[in-house]
Design a protein around this ligand. Structure first.
Ligand code: NAD
Length: 321
């Protein structure tokens, strides 16, 4: 690969991907995001940086021109608090992927990566806390997360048909909750690990001694550390894995256990206040990693305790505490 476009490079995963590709010695990297450059989580001056709205076809043409490999990590998204209340905005990301696929085809790109999500999985497979792990086949019959999940499932399908009909090699990865430094931790788009770290830090800073938890805290999830996400994403991009594949941790914890870990890192014990009216998503979700193990002989394996310690330290530094 000699030229790489990272769409959504001002965001959490996109920023880490650009950092990784630079370290790999790739010289021709184009980084694109909707946000003004000063708001990007990570920005590198030796990379070609552009602020573009990739919902527009012309902007996608500019972004894709001359690029051999294209990673699409751009989407209007956030944690449950955002996607449950902004369904139309989430669905409009369909414009980004559609126009970027069209531009990639026109530009003669060799490979196209699409960041899908565990939110494509059918709701009836996630009704209990003891989720055995979602298999790739659990996406159909389709009943994904309303709004955000439908957009992801549709865009997965569009990637497949661009590959079949136009011979554009596409790779589709279903991320399960990614966390780590240089990501959103406040403002309404943050996800559970960053939100919990921030709340634990705030409780100490403001000496409240308590923490608000969305739901009853018994809902279960798995969380993948960013380094595993980047390793998996780049290796899947380079592989011949053409069908959608899970990229997530199989270390399932309840939200209460996530709070236990964050409290342990901080060395505090807080009184828990459960907000049962807050957005809480499905009851139980984890990643079944049999397919990635079979095809790659590896699965995301950073222990939650280790990844969360690094994330906590970064957020604490950002909050100047
Ligand atoms: P993020 O919000 O940090 O990054 C997405 C970036 O896309 C943002 O910087 C945003 O400004 C940019 N963007 C939005 N609209 C745009 C537009 N019209 N034109 C150009 N750029 C635009 O999110 P992230 O966590 O880095 O997620 C990256 C991708 O991975 C997304 O597609 C997301 O849906 C997917 N994903 C993430 C997770 C996770 O846990 N982080 C889980 C599942 C799937």
């Amino acid at each position: 690969m000699s030229s790489v476009l990272v769409a959504g490079a001002g965001g959490f995963i996109g920023g880490h991907l650009v950092a990784y590709l630079r370290k790999q010695g790739i010289k021709n990297i184009r980084a694109v995001d909707l946000k003004p450059l000063k708001e990007w989580y990570q920005k590198f001056d030796d990379v070609e940086n552009h602020q573009l709205d990739l919902r527009e076809l012309e902007a996608c043409r500019k972004a894709a021109k001359g690029m051999e490999w294209i990673y699409n990590l751009a989407a209007d998204m956030g944690g449950m608090g955002f996607i449950e209340l902004h369904k139309a905005e989430c669905m409009l990301s369909v414009l980004i992927n559609t126009h970027l696929l069209m531009a990639a085809k026109e530009a003669g790109a060799k490979r196209f990566f699409y960041a899908s999500s565990a939110c494509v999985y059918a709701a009836d497979k996630q009704t209990t806390t003891e989720n055995p792990g979602l298999k790739e086949s659990d996406a159909y019959p389709a009943m994904p997360e309303d709004g955000y999940g439908w957009e992801k499932l549709f865009s997965e399908r569009m990637c497949r048909h661009f590959r079949e009909d136009y011979k554009l090699e596409t790779r589709i990865v279903r991320y399960h909750n990614v966390y780590g430094p240089h990501g959103t931790y406040d403002g309404g788009r943050e996800k559970a690990p960053a939100a919990i770290c921030r709340k634990v830090i705030e409780a100490q800073k403001n000496k409240t001694g308590e923490i608000e938890i969305w739901g009853d805290g018994q809902q279960t999830r798995s969380f993948m550390y960013i380094d595993d996400c980047i390793k998996g994403s780049t290796e899947i991009m380079e592989s011949d894995i053409r069908e959608p594949i899970n990229l997530g941790s199989a270390e399932m914890v309840s939200i209460n256990q996530l709070v236990d870990i964050a409290e342990g890192i901080a060395g505090v014990k807080l009184k828990r206040k459960y907000n049962l009216g807050a957005p809480k998503g499905v009851r139980g979700r984890s990643s079944d990693n049999a397919l990635i193990q079979k095809l790659m002989g590896w699965e995301p394996n950073t222990r939650l305790k280790d990844g969360l310690s690094k994330t906590y330290a970064w957020i604490k530094g950002e909050m100047d505490f």
